[in-house]
Structure formats: C-alpha cells, structure tokens
Design a protein around this ligand. Structure first.
Ligand SMILES: [Zn+2]
Length: 172
C-alpha cells in the first residue's frame, strides 16, 4: 500500500492512500486548536505513478495516475472528483511525502494460526498443510528426506541409484 501526505496551506494537510482500486483522500484542517478531518474514497484504479498535488487559484487539485488520470479538487474542506481535466499548466506543484502506512493496517509479526477451515478444506501453518477432501498437501520440513552416499558422504537426490560423486550403488 502506498500513502502520501502533503501540506496545502497553514494547518491544512492532505493524506492520500492507495487501497486496492480505491484512493482514499483525507483532508485534515487544524483550526483554532481543533482538528477536523474529512475523508472520501475515489475509484481511481491502482496508481501507475505517484500522485501529484497542484496549487490552483481555487484551492488544490490532486492528480492520480490510475488506468487513466483522475483529478480530485480539494477546496474549502471539500473533496470532489473532476469530470474534466482542469487547466493545470503553470500551476505550482506542492511536494508530497511518502508516509508509512497507518499503524492499524501494518502486518503483525507472524504467529501460529489455528487451522483454517472452509467447507471440506482445512489449512494449517507451520508446518504448512492443506487438506481438501481426501487430498492433502504439505510443505516444509519432514517432507523432503535428505540422503547421503554411504561411501563418500556426498548428498544424493532422492531417486538416484548411483552416487554422482563416487559411483557407489545406492539403496533405493
Ligand atoms: Zn559417493
């Protein structure tokens, strides 16, 4: 997930967050010690490039680079998608800083999970085993047994009949 923050004016901040195919924009205004925030989501698609923030005569316009560019007008605490690309030639570009994703959505360290069951399918982590009806799939240790040549001690593949290092015949 990507997120950016920019400053529009004194006490006004905009936070832009990519969430799946949506872009969530939060406008935060600090006014006489009170913080107000306003949030809207727009279906912009996944960004191909970082967003750009322009200062305009009426406020600011955010350009989001999805499958096709989207323009969101930020004006007087309002967020509004623009149907037509605004005139931005000569508009001042305001810096946007990438920010870490909010703490709530950061991934917790991996912890052993209880088996997950869905119909006739169950899945378990560490070691990873997956069962679907009569079929079972498992990964990790315990599945691959390593073999070594009894003559020279070199590792040999499970199906090998002869040691590739010394030619010793192996017991299959
Ligand atoms: Zn050998």
């Amino acid at each position: 997930m990507s997120a950016y923050v920019g400053h529009l004016a004194a006490g006004t901040q905009v936070q832009i967050m990519q969430q799946g195919n949506q872009t969530q924009i939060t406008l935060m205004t600090q006014n006489a010690g009170q913080q107000q925030s306003q949030s809207s989501s727009f279906a912009t698609g996944v960004w191909k490039l970082p967003p750009t923030l322009f200062r305009t005569t009426s406020g600011a316009v955010l350009r989001l680079e999805g499958d096709r560019p989207s323009f969101i007008q930020l004006q007087a605490g309002q967020l509004q998608a623009l149907a037509t690309p605004p005139e931005l030639s000569g508009a001042e570009v305001l810096p946007l800083q990438p920010i870490a994703a909010p703490a709530a959505s950061t991934l917790e360290p991996l912890q052993p999970l209880p088996p997950l069951k869905m119909g006739n399918m169950s899945m378990q982590m560490q070691p990873m085993t997956m069962q679907m009806g009569d079929m079972q799939l498992s990964m990790g240790e315990g599945q691959t047994t390593r073999r070594f040549c009894s003559q020279c001690g070199q590792p040999v593949a499970a199906g090998d009949r002869f040691c590739s290092a010394c030619g010793q015949q192996l017991q299959v």
